[in-house]
Design a protein around this ligand. Structure first.
Ligand SMILES: [Zn+2]
Length: 325
């Protein structure tokens, strides 16, 4: 993890590994201090707090959760007494998708030799994701702490004269997707509507919605964007990700029309210029999402996470690369 100064009063902590759970955090160090997203476990959250402490020594008075996913909310409990702001949908969704018990069980299981062996046979992808997470994360002690201030379309903060705009853009990647725009400093904290140099994944929402959201990011014309995952960028990062999603949707359409199932399609579709991004086999999720849309399924249809990780694992094997999530 490294802290970067993004503008006069905006900072970012970037998780360079850029794999699953390696989410970024932000800070606006004025008007009481606002932290954006709180990391995937308590150790990472503490490290983030101590890095931001170099430029904002007090405990921040506010936290913003850009959406409901675990890797953005599992450090919330360390901000005792802080106002936690998120989209109205986030508390209920957090209970559905960020309940820590299953993940705690997985990492404990993978940590045991025998359980690991059994799991490897049943769900090689789930076992592999557990092993990967175990390298960097420990989910023990995490308790779900829900947002305290909820908003619908838009929420504005005035931090000693500095405007901070929270704009709801979901569901693109998740139901609660929110971007944070600091217009006076031309900075956007994008949460997971933007992945940089790693393969994007989306759980809820549609391609159309995601494209609209990326267009909005370009329209805001920021100088620096802090993506939810990956290094800092300008609008070129947004354009690249949009091109990726367009490519995957077009290729998926061809396979869908040819009657090829989504997993087979993901094995067949070339990574192309995106093979250098982290976790390229996460492509499977983007193909499956496209298929769901072609079949007119609801954008909030749920995912079987074991089957999903197994599918990603299979795509990686067929492509002859190491399974990475
Ligand atoms: Zn994330």
């Amino acid at each position: 993890m490294k802290m970067h100064q993004v503008s006069d009063s905006c900072f970012a902590v970037i998780n360079e590994k850029n794999r699953l759970c390696d989410a970024n955090s932000g800070l606006v160090n004025t008007g009481g201090g606002v932290v954006i997203d709180t990391q995937s476990d308590l150790a990472h959250a503490r490290q983030m707090i101590s890095m931001f402490g170099e430029v904002w020594p007090a405990m921040p008075e506010r936290v913003i959760n850009t959406h409901e996913d675990a890797d953005h909310v599992w450090g919330n409990q360390l901000f005792e007494g802080a106002e936690i702001i998120a989209h109205r949908s986030v508390p209920e969704r957090m209970k559905q998708v960020a309940e820590p018990k299953e993940s705690q069980k997985l990492l404990r299981g993978v940590g045991r030799f025998l359980t690991r062996l059994v799991l490897k046979n049943l769900h090689p992808g789930l076992e592999a994701v557990g092993e990967q997470l175990l390298e960097d994360y420990n989910f023990d002690g995490i308790e779900l702490v829900l947002p305290t201030t909820l908003f619908d379309a838009r929420y504005e903060l005035n931090l000693d004269g500095k405007e901070v705009h929270l704009i709801y853009v979901g569901p693109s990647h998740q139901v609660g997707d929110t971007i944070i725009h600091v217009p006076g400093e031309r900075v956007v904290f994008a949460g997971d509507v933007l992945f940089r140099q790693c393969t994007p994944v989306g759980w809820t929402g549609s391609y159309e919605k995601w494209f609209k959201c990326l267009d909005l990011l370009i329209e805001l014309n920021p100088e620096v964007i802090v993506p939810g995952h990956g290094p800092l960028c300008g609008i070129e990062g947004v354009k690249e990700m949009k091109a990726y999603l367009q490519y995957v949707r077009d290729e998926s359409r061809k396979c869908f029309d040819a009657g090829i199932p989504s997993l087979e399609a993901a094995k067949k579709i070339e990574f192309g210029p995106y093979s250098e991004w982290r976790a390229p086999a996460r492509l499977y999720m983007n193909v499956e999402r496209a298929y769901r849309e072609f079949r007119n399924e609801p954008p909030d249809a749920s995912w079987d996470s074991a089957a999903t990780f197994d599918a990603i694992y299979q795509v990686a094997k067929v492509k002859g690369i190491e399974a990475e999530f």
